[in-house]
Design a binder for this molecule. Structure first.
Ligand code: HEC
Ligand code: HEC
Length: 375
């Protein structure tokens, strides 16, 4: 009997300690390295904390219908991913390749059919949360995080409808995600029966199949090549450089010639890297002959993410600004119009999406590009 109040006191104290730890954790973290940095504010944490888990924890409230999604798709996604998600020749297709039978079984039969060409997103993805999360954080590619939660629900409903996963009158919401998940064509496609991420099937393997040991001193300098591909096997599957998409980080080696011998293939800059490390402007601010502040123009192009697709003197997804300058020298009106409207066909099949920027900004960029895009 006498132990009861004691236990209650202990419980209260434990709770107090827990609360103190939670409340003070950020402060302790900052104190650990005095004078360096500060604790993140709740607002900063909220901006980062956007992940959505497969059990749907993290999903914001909201909803969107298939019809609303079609609108979002046509205005914000179609230029890159095609009218029906089948994509143009550059971007990999999102919809296609799944059947009504797959929706029943939860396993896409064509994934094991070697003769079936290509793998679409809907064929592969097992968890709907992944698609929601990816679109929410990364799309549209040129304006990530610009969609409202309702727009993400809507456009995802539209994609699922194109894949015959949900009916025309479906509304996707935080409440109906689980219902749609239960019809994902490849929902049973995930496995942990492999060495990379061993699951209970491979209990005996305690760890993944790579074993790296962190080294802090007397470390081996540089890697040691333990085995190489024999020369005769290099081109076994045809020229890899010609088989890769012209965008994205994987370029593929030119296997039509021996390793180390540069091919005639131009090696483009990896698209995924460009936005993170935009080309640095030259140090001295200078205005060119036409009085354009080239430093301000380049800073603006970087801020507006133009440099994700255009290098100043290097083709990325779009043409190099210096090449555009040669083709359209002095045509400021034409260029500022094209910057705002986007377009396709002048440089190739890849479209440039319409850009949202003020008239003054468009004219600054157009004058800069039209007079040579000097750095
Ligand atoms: C300017 C071109 C562009 C626009 C506009 C665009 N995307 Fe994308 N999208 C891409 C690229 C490029 C990738 C591949 C990115 C990668 O592999 O790193 C991609 C990938 C995706 C994927 C993942 C495909 C997969 O299987 O990995 C989805 C889903 C997607 N986009 C949906 C959308 C939606 C929805 C919109 C409109 C709200 C949109 N995209 C607008 C270029 C675009
Ligand atoms: C998602 C990739 C992408 C983004 C972002 C992008 N562009 Fe483009 N841009 C392209 C592509 C691709 C072309 C080639 C279109 C064509 O062949 O007609 C192009 C073409 C152009 C042209 C030449 C038009 C013509 O008719 O010759 C100009 C000028 C231009 N872009 C400027 C810009 C500016 C300025 C920005 C930023 C405000 C920007 N672009 C953002 C991909 C992009």
């Amino acid at each position: 009997m006498s132990s009861c109040p004691e236990r209650a006191i202990w419980r209260a104290m434990a709770l107090l300690v827990l609360v103190l730890v939670l409340v003070c954790a950020p402060v302790f973290a900052a104190d650990k390295y005095p004078g360096i940095g500060r604790a993140a504010t709740p607002k900063e944490l909220a901006a980062w904390d956007i992940d959505v888990r497969p059990d749907f924890l993290g999903l914001p409230k909201g909803s969107g219908s298939v019809a609303q999604g079609q609108n979002v798709w046509e205005t914000k996604c179609e230029s890159c991913h095609g009218v029906f998600g089948e994509s143009n020749q550059v971007f990999s297709p999102i919809v296609g390749g799944t059947t009504a039978e797959d929706v029943k079984t939860g396993r896409v039969a064509r994934l094991t059919d070697q003769a079936y060409p290509g793998r679409t997103t809907l064929m592969k993805v097992a968890t709907l949360s992944t698609l929601w999360d990816y679109i929410n954080r990364a799309m549209p590619w040129n304006q990530p995080k610009s969609l409202t939660p309702d727009e993400v629900y809507a456009v995802l409903a539209y994609l699922l409808n194109l894949g015959n996963v949900v009916p025309d009158n479906f509304t996707l919401s935080d409440q109906t995600m689980a219902q749609a998940q239960s019809r994902m064509p490849n929902r049973n496609g995930m496995t942990t029966a492999h060495g990379l991420w061993p699951g209970k099937e491979l209990r005996s393997m305690a760890k993944p199949d790579v074993a790296a040991v962190a080294c802090m001193h007397n470390c081996v300098e540089g890697p040691v090549v333990a085995s190489t591909l024999p020369d005769f096997a290099r081109n076994q599957h045809g020229n890899l450089a010609e088989q890769n998409r012209p965008v994205g980080p994987q370029r593929g080696a030119d296997t039509s010639r021996p390793e180390g011998k540069a091919g005639s293939q131009p090696v483009a800059v990896a698209v995924a890297v460009a936005p993170i490390a935009p080309p640095k402007p030259a140090v001295a601010p200078k205005t060119d002959g036409a009085g354009v502040d080239s430093k301000a123009a380049l800073a603006l192009a970087t801020k507006l993410n133009c440099t994700a697709c255009h290098g100043v003197s290097q083709k990325i997804v779009g043409p190099a600004f210096t090449d555009i300058a040669k083709k359209h020298a002095g045509k400021v009106d034409y260029l500022s119009g094209k910057i705002r409207s986007g377009g396709t066909g002048v440089w190739g099949p890849i479209p440039m999406p319409a850009q949202t920027l003020s008239d003054a900004d468009a004219r600054l960029l157009a004058s800069w590009i039209g007079t040579g895009a000097a750095r």
